[in-house]
Design a protein around this ligand. Sequence first.
Ligand code: AMP
Length: 550
Amino acid sequence: MVQYTQSPLMGQMMDQPLLISSIIQHADRYFGQNEIVSRRVEGDIHRYTYRDCHKRSKQLANALAGLGVKMGDRVGTIAWNGYRHLEAYYAISGSGAVLHTINPRLHPDQIAYIANHAEDQVMLFDLTFLPAVEIFAEHCKTIKAFVLMCDRDRMPAETKIPNLLCYEELIAANSSELDWPLFDENSASSLCYTSGTTGNPKGALYSHRSTVLHSYASAMPDSLNVSARDTVLPVVPMFHVNAWGLPYSVPLTGAKLVFPGPAMDGKSIYELFESEQVTFSAGVPTVWLGLLNYVAQHNLKFSSFKRTVIGGSACPPAMMKAFRQQHGVEVVHAWGMTEMSPLGTAGTLQTKHLALSDEAQTAILEKQGHAIFGVDMKIVDDANKELPWDGKTYGNLLVRGPWIIKSYFKNEGGDVLVDGWFPTGDVATIDPDGYMQITDRSKDVIKSGGEWIGTIDLENIAMAHPAVLQAACIGVFHPKWDERPLLLVVVKTGAEVSKEALLQFYEGKIAKWWTPDDIAFIDALPIGATGKILKNKLREQFKDHVLPTA
Ligand code: AMP
């Protein structure tokens, strides 16, 4: 616990807690007519306003109270990006209960583990997940009621799920009369388990204060830059770190909100962009790959799309170039993690950069970016000694700030902070202007003869080759150097490239000894529940790979 010095003179401003309910109240009162548009699981397009959303959130809050949900209780959701999920966001946290978003792409055993660990009292879920819930429901020990987010006519005639209720019936049966409760802003508001590639997932428990502060900071011009003139389509799922906070930061600004529901393929996303005139979006590189491919194959243009935030894993420079040069879409490269709510950095330019060449500006924008106010960072060596900000020296990246975790839910993993800083597990450089660049995840770094090789650079170069769709680099055993890089490549449909030509493509772009020792062409890369490449799977698959130089 941090000890503060007490001032003899306290400020005389109102003592009003920072609560999530104030966001939807503000959206209703000041942007009541602004639209929320959702592609539903049912297949159609649903439209209503922030005022409608607020009203139904209150009805849902009353319904949850009727089901016995109390302050601090966890309520699970397994749902796509849509208006009902947004209602759940505000109803649950607004009542003082804890919104626990669950990633539906996890294995049913893992979902049951998480629901039990969180001690969820009620679980709300979309129609898509009915078959999965049928499988794990009986293993969830604490859930008193399951709520299927649909109308009565979509409810199954028979089910194994105990106490299955209909969302729309609950809403209809409850009044919208409710004064959101006031409570300590440090109360828990939502819970999100990390995707953790090893061991059991661990929960990051956000507070109202951390969420509201993160919403302010992430909406700022040099962060996500959301305004009342935008139409925002969050591609990043509401079950992954609260869709990077967009369900809070967008209503806060009054921008129109568009939800893609379950249809995340290039065609569906493109059509929604055009029909709703989306100006701004956010997502991981794998989703944008699908969209860019669709647009290229059909020779299409965007008529309203201006800006996108790409993060979650490194944005390949080739993708940034395609958005900027072919479509005039500005890309903001952002970095963060579940433990950070998630936003830590965003890449935008400063006045002094505007006179630089396009190439020099691009080099800055390709980095993961600048700390947003509220986040402080540093790089250290293995002995925790701080390293210089010279843009070259790389070290373990540590962060601190009011929306960064201090311990995991139920104290799993014990003390996680190092002298008050959270070790991110990422390896990075920071340049003299404070722009951070991730070299690698520390467990993915290749250790060749005692020296480190960052895999992101090697992947970015491969993906700049016109024949390469996706690339991932892993370290494999080498008798002399311990580990050497093996590049795994997925080639674009109809394109061809030889191993030799691709290796030659590295010449002059990196130190020669960083060049991969071998390339294997594969049909697809394994992608995890949050859209990231599963390097542990690749390492397992290629653990016996014999390098030609070995
Ligand atoms: P998660 O908690 O699942 O969102 O994963 C967080 C991790 O994703 C970070 O610690 C990074 O390793 C990685 N990550 C997120 N954004 C980026 C980015 N822009 N570039 C490289 N890695 C990223």
